[in-house]
Design a protein. Structure first.
Length: 235
C-alpha cells in the first residue's frame, strides 16, 4: 500500500469520526460503507492530486532562512484544497537534483583538511569544532584558515544551529535508541548474515514504534497499556 493511499484512508476515517482502536462490533462491510459509502472500493475513480513544485520550494527555503515547510504547505493547501495534507507534505522524501549542497556532521569529523575539501567541492559545511588548546598556527594555510572560519561562522548562525538541532533529533536520537537503549552496541551472533538480520529486525521495530507514536501517541505496548490504565483510573 502506497503512502498516498494510507493518508487517504486516514483522512476518510477522521472525516467520519473513526479512530483507533476501531469500535467494537464494527464489521469490515460497515467500515467500508462508512469510509467509501455505497461505492465499491475497486470501482472508485482515483483522482491524481496536484504535486507541489519542489524546485521552487527548495529555492525559497534556501533564500529565506526562517521559512518553514509548514508555511509553504498552508500556501499549497490554499491553492489546492484537494491536494496532499501537510503531514505528507512535510514528511515525504525530497531529493535535491543539484546534488549535495550542505553537510551537517558531529565534531568528530572536523579538521582543517576536511572543511577545506568541502569548500573545494562547493558544499557548505556545518561541522562543530573540537576544543583547541591554545591558538592554531595558520602559517602557510590561508585557504584552510578561510574555510575553517567560514564553517565556524555558519555553525554559529541561527540556520546552522537549527540544522544541528535537526541532526541531533533525527540521527543521534535514533542511534541512541537503537545502540544504547536497545543494546545493539554489542551483538553476539555467529556470522555476518545473522548479525545483519538481527540489526534489520531491531531497526524495523524502532521504525514501527515511530509510526505507532505518530498515530497513537505511544511507541511501545507497555506505554499504551499504562496510558489505558491511567484513563480507567481517571474515570
Amino acid at each position: 500500500m502506497g503512502l498516498g493511499t494510507v493518508y487517504d484512508y486516514l483522512e476518510r476515517a477522521a472525516a467520519v469520526g473513526i479512530g483507533w482502536p476501531l469500535p467494537e462490533g464494527l464489521s469490515e462491510e460497515e467500515l467500508e460503507s462508512k469510509l467509501f459509502g455505497n461505492q465499491p472500493v475497486l470501482a472508485r475513480a482515483v483522482q491524481p492530486r496536484p504535486q507541489p513544485d519542489w524546485k521552487t520550494i527548495h529555492e525559497q527555503l534556501q533564500q529565506y532562512r526562517h521559512l518553514t515547510l509548514q508555511l509553504l504547505c498552508e500556501e499549497y493547501r490554499q491553492a489546492n484544497p484537494e491536494g496532499y495534507p501537510c503531514s505528507w507534505f512535510c514528511e515525504v522524501p525530497k531529493v535535491n537534483v543539484a546534488g549535495i549542497e550542505e553537510t551537517v556532521t558531529d565534531k568528530g569529523y572536523h579538521s582543517g583538511a576536511v572543511v577545506k575539501r568541502m569548500k573545494a567541492y562547493g558544499v557548505r559545511s556545518y561541522i562543530p569544532e573540537k576544543k583547541q588548546k591554545g591558538r592554531r598556527n595558520w602559517a602557510g594555510k590561508p585557504a584552510e584558515q578561510q574555510a575553517v572560519y567560514a564553517n565556524r561562522r555558519r555553525g554559529r548562525g541561527e540556520y546552522g544551529k537549527s540544522l544541528l538541532r535537526r541532526r541531533g533529533e533525527l540521527v543521534e536520537r535514533s542511534f541512541a535508541h537503537c545502540y544504547e537503549t536497545g543494546a545493539m552496541r554489542r551483538c553476539h551472533l555467529r556470522g555476518h548474515e545473522n548479525i545483519r538480520t538481527r540489526q534489520l529486525i531491531h531497526v524495523d521495530a524502532f521504525n514501527l514504534s515511530l509510526i505507532l507514536r505518530k498515530l497513537l501517541g505511544t511507541g511501545t505496548p507497555r506505554e499504551l497499556k499504562n496510558r489505558a490504565g491511567q484513563v480507567v483510573r481517571g474515570k
